[in-house]
Design a binder for this molecule. Structure first.
Ligand code: NAD
Ligand code: UDP
Length: 337
């Protein structure tokens, strides 16, 4: 069985490439490297000892994508390709709508033309908006607070409509919580462009001495220690969730939203302390006011994933912190030499 991974050179894509290759799937990657590098593909090959085709193509480019479908017999698609920075999406919303929606439409039209009907989509817990009903389950109403989130919301709807119009089509809408960590080899990991916004890359930058101190945004939330609580999930667990979703898509028809989270919430202070303890490395921090737009608490109900996919996250917070630091130490400047 051959799976096309759009955005397969990115952070979650590379880890999913490894998981799928290790399970014996054939894969093809389509990526324009707008937020990644071909070196990441070389690292996937190094880890797995397996070869596969990768196309340098913009997924919005119809002739370019038709070539990918023409030259390969594709059975299923995982659509990671997309722009993902929340703040940037508020500054340049049209670029986000154009890239994220156009790439999805091009892909779906190619799939229709070439008779491919299994689709797994990188959605996000951000579609739950400001909901406070924890744990979040998939029945919770959706609605977003920024253009990035709206692209996920709209694509979910496009996929539901596509499935409604074609009884043979299946789409699994994977709503990721907070992926962190890296492959245990330290050969692939998250390599954010510029100054990162997310907590773990900022902890890594602080531990590595690139930032003097981590800014903790708010210690007055209604949480056990006052800092924000999130459902952090090891990227390798997340990757394995995609393999389970592919199997589900092949065996079921229709569109299904499924959370990929652990069901555990950890605070910013718990993250800092676990990181320091596991890696014997200090993470100095300063307390700052809340970051605008942040919610206090967000964690998943992982029950549907367990029931439908037979998948459950296995790796704990210590492993996430250890593997993230291992990647950072082996690649102090990411994939750049
Ligand atoms: P990433 O930026 O590392 O990977 C995305 C990949 O898509 C990159 O390699 C980029 O070059 C490629 N890409 C973007 N637009 C493209 C286009 N038009 N044509 C071809 N390639 C294109 O991001 P990631 O963290 O691996 O995220 C993967 C997906 O998961 C994204 O859709 C993201 O929105 C979603 N997601 C990520 C998170 C997270 O915290 N990382 C959380 C929820 C959802
Ligand atoms: N956070 C923080 N300092 C930082 C970055 C993030 O205190 O430098 C907090 C943030 O307020 C939130 C949590 O860490 O409570 C996770 O933030 P992240 O941006 O990683 O994920 P998201 O808020 O998008 O779920």
């Amino acid at each position: 069985m051959t799976i096309l991974l759009t955005g397969g050179a990115g952070y979650i894509g590379t880890h999913t490439c490894v998981a799928l290759l290790e399970l014996g799937y054939d894969i093809i990657v389509a990526d324009n490297y707008i937020n990644s590098t071909p070196l990441a593909i070389d690292r996937v090959k190094e880890i797995t000892g397996k070869n596969f085709k990768s196309y340098d193509v913009d997924v919005c480019d119809i002739p370019g994508m038709e070539r990918v479908f023409e030259e390969n017999k594709i059975d299923a698609v995982i659509h990671f390709a997309g722009l993902k920075a929340v703040g940037e999406s508020c500054a340049i919303p049209l670029r986000y709508y154009r890239n994220n929606l156009d790439s999805t439409l091009t892909l779906l039209e190619c799939m229709q033309k070439y008779g491919v009907r299994n689709f797994v989509f990188s959605s996000s817990a951000t579609v739950y908006g400001t909901s406070q009903n924890m744990p979040l389950d998939e029945k919770e109403p959706t609605g977003c607070t920024n253009p990035y989130g709206w692209t996920k919301y709209m694509i979910e709807q496009i996929l539901r409509d596509t499935a409604a119009a074609d009884p043979e089509f299946s789409a699994v809408l994977l709503r990721y919580f907070n992926p962190i960590g890296a492959h245990e080899s330290g050969l692939i990991g998250e390599d954010p462009n510029g100054i990162p916004n997310n907590l773990m890359p900022r902890i890594l930058n602080t531990a590595a001495g690139k930032m003097k101190a981590l800014t903790v945004f708010g210690n007055d939330y209604p949480t056990p220690d006052g800092t924000g609580v999130r459902d952090y999930i090891h990227v390798c667990d997340l990757a394995e969730g995609h393999a389970a979703a592919i199997k589900y898509a092949v065996e079921h028809k229709g569109a299904e939203a499924i959370n990929l989270g652990t069901g555990n919430g950890y605070s910013v202070f718990e993250m800092i302390h676990t990181f320091e303890e596991v890696n014997h490395t200090p993470v100095p921090y300063t307390l700052e006011p809340r970051r605008p737009g942040d919610i206090a608490t967000c964690y998943a109900s992982p029950e549907k994933a367990e029931k439908c996919l037979g998948w459950k996250a296995k790796r704990g917070l210590a492993e996430m912190c250890r593997d993230a630091w291992n990647w950072q130490q082996k690649n102090p400047n990411g994939y750049k030499a």
